[in-house]
Design a protein around this ligand. Structure first.
Ligand code: AMP
Length: 422
């Protein structure tokens, strides 16, 4: 069969790398893709928000299954538009994608169905939000309702920071209409974990837990990023905790969405915090986490194509998933200056040497081809991912590969997965 992956980042590289290994696949296409993806798929220069272009591509290439990577086209209704034309799609509808597209919607679903989450209040008027902060004090968390490229959550240590955050979101409108509503939320403390599940809206197949590293610097210091590295499995998530997450978060959420006429088909991501009072949902995402996808897809032994197709057809109950018992660690290499301003176009050296290491895959995120060389083309540039007998071995192998790769200004954290070793 012919499969189209929509997107062009590290997550989509991992998806294309895994899908291309399937015996069921004749050809993999990716729109728009990147130079790393081009090794496993034919990349076609159509942007993810060009729904008409993607539909035409599906017709021209006789696509049997579309896997949509990023949240923006899902929230815009790409899955609905493709399904309306009879295509099979792995990815939720626009109505189901509201779980990420509107944090207010997600909080209301959780509140209504007693899914554990931080206490919160929603404001349409910044003035009321300011008054609320005056009464509650800090620490406190201020969130924009809509999609804000991962920057719409501000954890505020002081009331002054919370007032600044409310001003930026609600008055200066730095996130545009995503700031029409503001959530002010209790600040939780604890360890964060990501639990992803594949679901067809009825059957839920939880994946092994993973852990992301959001802040830019070692020791979780500095501003938040899209994610500087991830690993799986997570030793602190015991099998009892996994059962609790499934029962108290995944099952009621998928059920609530179906009851609300928003049947969820695709990948559901729960960002959780393990607090001293139990687990709490920080957010839902409606797609694979990036970089969690990279270690998770390296650890999945099964062919993913029957799983994705079963989701698209509503037949996931017939499927099973097999895991590589080894651990995987992904270290993100980023441009100097990221998550602030950074330069593009730096020539990347050492990719071939790193790729020669066994059990290592260098996933491309922000790269481009220029004059026969691979150059940087984004904030997060590469996701260097390795398997190992345990987390320590996977970590050592990933950093061995990172040490072979260079460009001027490149930065990475040196402590990805170290938390799991303590
Ligand atoms: P979110 O996009 O909602 O996951 O938020 C991004 C990051 O902000 C999370 O990964 C947490 O580190 C932090 N965060 C979000 N909500 C809270 C909260 N209620 N308490 C403490 N930290 C939070």
């Amino acid at each position: 069969m012919n499969i189209l992956v929509v997107g062009g980042g590290g997550r989509e590289h991992a998806l294309c790398w895994k899908i291309a290994q399937s015996d069921l696949v004749k050809k993999v296409y990716c729109a728009p893709g990147n130079p790393g993806i081009a090794r496993h798929a034919e990349c076609i220069g159509i942007e993810v928000m060009d729904g008409a272009g993607i539909l035409q591509l599906c017709r021209d290439k006789k696509i049997d299954l579309v896997v949509i990577g990023p949240e923006d086209p899902l929230c815009a209704g790409l899955a609905d538009d493709l399904r309306a034309q009879g295509l099979r799609v792995f990815g939720p509808s626009k109505a189901a994608a509201e779980l990420e597209g509107s944090k207010v919607f997600a909080k209301e679903i959780m509140h209504k169905h007693a899914i554990p989450t931080a206490s919160f209040k929603v404001f349409e008027d910044a003035h009321d939000a300011h008054e609320y902060v005056d009464n509650t004090g800090a620490p406190i968390v201020v969130k924009a309702d809509g999609l804000a490229k991962g920057k719409g959550v501000i954890v505020c240590a002081t009331a002054g920071e919370a007032h600044d955050a409310i001003r930026q979101i609600g008055e200066e409108r730095v996130f545009g209409r995503a700031g029409d509503r503001i959530i002010v939320e209790e600040c939780l403390k604890g360890e964060e974990v990501s639990v992803l599940a594949i679901t067809d809206g009825r059957t839920i197949m939880p994946l092994e837990p993973a852990q992301d590293h959001k802040p830019i610097f070692d020791g979780d210091k500095g501003p938040n990023t899209g994610g500087m590295g991830a690993y799986s499995p997570v030793p602190s998530v015991t099998s009892a905790l996994r059962a609790e997450i499934e029962a108290s978060v995944l099952v009621p959420t998928v059920h609530a969405m179906r009851m609300d006429g928003r049947k969820y088909q695709g990948l559901l991501y729960a960002g959780l915090m393990l607090t001293s009072n139990g687990l709490s949902v920080l957010e839902f995402n409606i797609r694979w986490g990036d970089p969690e996808a990279q270690p998770l897809l390296m650890r999945i032994k099964s062919d993913v194509v029957p799983l994705f197709m079963a989701v698209a057809q509503g037949k996931l109950g017939d499927q099973t998933i097999e895991w590589d018992q080894r651990a995987a660690v992904c270290v993100v290499m980023a441009s100097g200056g990221y998550p602030g301003a950074y330069e593009k176009g730096k020539v990347i050296e050492g990719l071939d040497a790193a790729a020669k290491l066994s059990d290592v895959v260098v996933f491309h995120a922000g790269t481009a081809r220029s004059g026969g060389k691979i150059v940087t083309n984004g904030g997060r540039v590469l996701g260097v991912t390795a398997l190992g007998a345990d987390i320590a071995a996977a970590q050592a192998r990933a950093y061995q590969a990172v040490d072979l790769i260079h460009w001027p200004g490149a930065q990475h954290r040196t402590d990805i997965a170290s938390k799991a070793l303590r």
